[in-house]
Design a protein around this ligand. Structure first.
Ligand code: SF4
Ligand code: MSK
Length: 655
């Protein structure tokens, strides 16, 4: 167990408070829950009831004869399939909503990004000319729904990968059919007495993961943008200090945007605000946890109350009237904890019921009526708030909203938008490389420690960082998403950030929005100058504090798309050297991407930089030099920077 539970002062304060009141949280339960060492290393098979078979000591076969490698591959494949299923089902609900909007069955929703509707319809070969948004939306929603259940052929978005990658997948038999088909097949293959070839099992897992990245998640992102707006930079703040002492605090938590966007609209209604005032509050304050938060942050600038491990801590403040949850990453501990305070836990999804919570089912057919009921429930709970609340005075400002579309726009405006400047700056060494640092918190690790240390080191080394999910929250809490953070970047990266006016860490959204990173990486690869596929880029994907099956699915689809992916923390295949080799060297040989589980953030940084430099060398780019751009990155009005200053290693003529 980590010595320190968190590096976040707000978390530490709330944990002290919990200890003083004898209240357990995930942080303390992680201390007292000893993980089974056999299961932790992936050495347990529970796929039939002759077992479970535990592969300990010299035991290398289960009762059925299954080898350690087979069961390790099966366990990993099932986790990847479960993660893929979660993102795909999230995407499916957005496809239903899109079709419902088209059919006039979701009257409270509108198409916000008409341009993107038409672009995305084009991918699905849907006619757009002379047609209304509603007609297109109906066809688009229905086409996407068919894509999830596709029995033959290829998922639609495969065509968005680089031509080289598409060809590779076809040749290797990795091109996926629909998500439903591939996920079911993983569960069939891994049933007792079926596929007994670890490589074959893991190929099926890669196929399932591709339905996540290039279908479920990508559809989630695209359809959310079309319905709720494609993100552009917004400013907001992050950490528990965003809760307000004198307002009705509503927190949205989970992953889906459709309910939260409506709750926001209802909470902004002057009539509702007046109602809150009638109960003694000054107003209504909405904030978020996990990825529902990222969805409403990216589009509406709603503040982040915190990441995964903050969900219990927010309730501990005693200042939360309603905690609205949809799906995924919602702790079962919330209801008993809320019982000690006045907080109401409100479940909204039929797929995320919690005994003891108030269930107010969300439906697209009468979304605003439901949202108003939820907000009213929160307001009615305000008078029950205890006199003493404990909101830590800790928060930081941030800029988020970096959609792939905005990345294009910021590099040339409406008429010259492209990834050319980014590619050029990678080529000339101002930017050494790019890293996606994303993913969860894990209660068995020091909260945020790896995220923040890795990112701090990377930007210092001129690596541009893209973030999503709970990693985005961590960055927001520690000020890493503010433009001032460019002062902590290397000279070259700082100069690029100054020129474009961006922070060195770009928040790209929720977990499903890792698909934005896929799209951006594909564009970098096809823009020219940096090879022709994702595996050529000086880029790495990192999940430093991962814990969900979804994280494994994301890692797998990035590997299958050609990326080097590093996971910190637990290693689910630690029990088999052979499987670790298969998913690193083996996958590298097969798909030019690899997955490694690496202990210690320092080692992750070292491996990331080594990989970036090796890719730069393979592309024959100039060797990265930390001082090369020192003079031009240190502009002070009135000073001149003669070329000799650089040669002399000085920052300016006056220095
Ligand atoms: Fe044991 Fe084989 Fe059954 Fe797994 S499938 S529990 S290894 S007998
Ligand atoms: S919420 S999947 S803890 S990133 Fe997307 Fe955070 Fe991980 Fe859940």
């Amino acid at each position: 167990m980590p010595q320190k539970k968190s590096i976040d002062p707000a978390a530490l304060r709330m944990l002290d408070l919990a200890q003083g009141q004898n209240i357990l949280t995930a942080f303390t339960r992680a201390d007292s829950t000893k993980p089974c060492p056999i299961g932790a290393d992936g050495n347990c098979c529970r796929n039939c009831w002759m077992g479970p078979c535990r592969f300990v000591g010299k035991t290398n076969n289960g009762i059925c004869g299954a080898t350690r490698e087979t069961i390790q591959a099966r366990n990993l494949a099932r986790a990847i399939a479960a993660g893929s299923a979660s993102h795909s089902d999230h995407g499916r609900d957005l496809a239903h909503l899109m079709a419902a909007i088209g059919k006039g069955e979701a009257p409270d929703y509108k198409i916000k990004d008409e341009g993107k509707l038409r672009i995305v319809a084009g991918y699905f070969d849907i006619k757009t000319e002379g047609r209304t948004n509603e007609e297109i939306a109906k066809d688009l929603g229905e086409a996407a729904l068919r894509d999830f259940g596709r029995q033959d052929g290829e998922i639609t978005y495969i065509k968005r990968a680089t031509p080289k990658r598409q060809e590779m997948w076809r040749k290797l038999g990795l091109t996926p059919k629909g998500a439903d088909r591939e996920v079911v097949e993983v569960f069939h293959r891994t049933h007792m007495g079926n596929d007994q070839d670890p490589e074959d099992i893991l190929d099926a897992a890669l196929r399932a993961s591709l339905t996540d990245g290039w279908c479920g998640s990508m559809i989630s992102t695209d359809f959310s943008d079309i319905i709720f707006g494609t993100p552009t930079p917004v400013s907001a703040s992050a950490n528990l200090g965003v809760l307000k002492e004198d307002e009705v605090n509503i927190i949205v938590h989970g992953h889906e945007p459709q309910g939260a966007a409506m709750v926001l609209e209802a909470a902004s209604d002057p009539e509702m605000i007046k109602y809150a005032q009638s109960k003694g509050a000054k107003g209504i304050n909405l904030s978020g946890i996990c990825c529902t938060a990222n969805e409403v942050l990216m589009r509406q600038g709603i503040p982040l109350a915190g990441n995964f491990l903050h969900q219990e801590l927010a309730i501990l403040t005693g200042a939360v009237e309603a905690f609205i949850v949809d799906v995924q990453c919602i702790m079962e501990a919330l209801v008993p904890l809320a019982g000690k305070f006045h907080t109401k836990i409100i479940t909204t999804s039929p797929k995320g019921r919690i005994p003891g919570a108030t269930h107010i089912p969300f439906s697209e057919h009468d979304a605003m009526t439901v949202a108003r009921l939820i907000v009213k429930t929160a307001i009615d709970n305000y008078p029950n708030r205890p006199k003493q609340v404990n909101i830590p005075d800790t928060s930081n400002t941030l800029i988020a909203g970096f959609s792939h579309e905005y990345l294009n726009y910021m590099q040339g405006g409406m008429f010259r938008q492209s990834f050319r400047p980014l590619n050029d700056n990678v080529a000339n060494g101002r930017i050494r490389g790019v890293a996606g640092v994303v993913g969860c918190n894990n209660a068995t690790m020091t909260q945020d420690d790896s995220h923040i240390n890795i990112i701090r080191e990377l930007i210092k080394n001129d690596v541009l960082v893209l973030t999503t999910g709970c990693g985005g929250h961590a960055c927001g809490k520690f000020g890493m998403l503010s433009p001032e953070m460019m002062e902590n970047a290397g000279h070259g990266l700082k100069e690029v950030c100054q020129a474009i006016g961006i922070p060195p860490v770009l928040h790209m959204g929720s977990c499903v929005d890792n698909s934005r990173i896929l799209t951006a990486a594909t564009q970098m690869a096809t823009e020219g100058g940096l090879g022709e596929d994702i595996n050529d880029l000086p880029a790495v994907g990192i999940a430093p504090e991962w814990m969900t099956e979804k994280a494994l699915a994301i890692g797998a689809y990035f590997v299958a798309s050609g990326a080097y992916v590093i996971f910190g923390g637990p290693n689910p295949v630690a029990g088999s050297e052979a499987i670790q080799k298969l998913i690193s060297a083996g996958w590298e040989k097969k798909v030019d991407g690899k997955l490694e589980f690496v202990e210690g953030w320092e080692n992750i940084v070292a491996k990331t930089l080594a990989h970036i430099d090796a890719k730069r060398k393979a592309l024959k780019l100039v060797e990265w030099d930390p001082n090369r751009f020192a003079p031009s990155a240190s502009y002070v009005p009135g000073e001149m920077y003669p070329a000799e200053a650089y040669a002399a290693g000085k920052r300016s003529a006056k220095a």
